[in-house]
Design a protein around this ligand. Sequence first.
Ligand code: HEM
Ligand SMILES: [Ca+2]
Ligand SMILES: [Ca+2]
Length: 317
Amino acid sequence: VRIDATATPAEGELSVDYYKKSCPNLQNVVQQTVTDKQIKTSSTGAGVLRLIFHDCFATGCDASILISSNSFNKAERDADINLSLPGDAFDVVVRAKMALETECPGIVSCADILALAARDLIIMLGGPYFNVQLGRKDSLSSHASDVVGKIPMPTMSIEELITLFKNKGFTAQEMVALTGAHTVGFSHCKEFADRVFSNESDPSLNPRMKLGLRKACHDYKNRTTVAAFNDIMTPNKFDNLYYQNLPRGLGLLSSDVALLTHPQTRPFVLLYAANQTAFFRDFVLAMEKLSLVDVKKGNRGEVRRRCDEFNELNTSN
Ligand code: HEM
Ligand SMILES: [Ca+2]
Ligand SMILES: [Ca+2]
């Protein structure tokens, strides 16, 4: 038990006050950077939310996803499933890190910056506030091969998805709450093309939406950057419309649709569709949990000077 509330937290202990003495202006600096970036580039928020999810599910919340590849090593961010993560999501973390290296050099980990940036962006999009525990260390390695099988894909069955989340300590309900993140952002055509170009009648896909997506994606194999909103109703607002869309045939990914179909997840979709307060409450709890998955403490990690490079280059990273 810490009696002196102003004492520096013990090494290895996470706390909302972790940088209170060493970098008192941290939260303001991150918030300022994130606000400027999101106003200029509105796709940043959704990108960062997906970025932290992919970081935490592969090797824990340790900023391993921010490392650049080099001639010795193909890093996580170059794993196939991560190639669609937008550059602006990486950029906002780099910018916050640069500002912090002026403010308090060598103090704040990139993993903590990512967690704070995600929180601030969720609020900017209209979502709920939550506290972020701090004191994560940055990873000492990053390999594209570590990502394989850790990140969910829309082609997976609900059973496979439930198992994947369970392996990281999340219940089916927490999975449904977290996937409410699809209330913002985009998916590229190849992620939902099989639904849209199927000639079989599909009661889970509104015919007008199907037609619209066919048009938008008609040349998707050549125009690989074409994407559609995950939440067609309020694509830039963090709300519960994602869940409301599903019973109306307005879900985009087959995994989104499956959440409504399957008896183990359906009750939670219906709950969150009817009750945004319940969604926000459960999303906050699940996000706090997500941001603590396999956190590295003490000498299991380092505080990077640059978020895209280890402090010491070596051939075994
Ligand atoms: C059920 C499991 C999930 C599956 C199968 C899944 C799959 C996907 C796919 C295929 C995309 C489109 C990527 C692209 O084409 O660029 C996407 C986007 C996105 N995902 Fe998920 N996801 C899942 C859960 C989650 C969770 C738990 C979060 C965060 C907490 C999340 C956050 C996002 C966000 C914010 C986007 C939009 C990214 C952007 O606009 O740049 N997803 N997801
Ligand atoms: Ca990681
Ligand atoms: Ca929305």
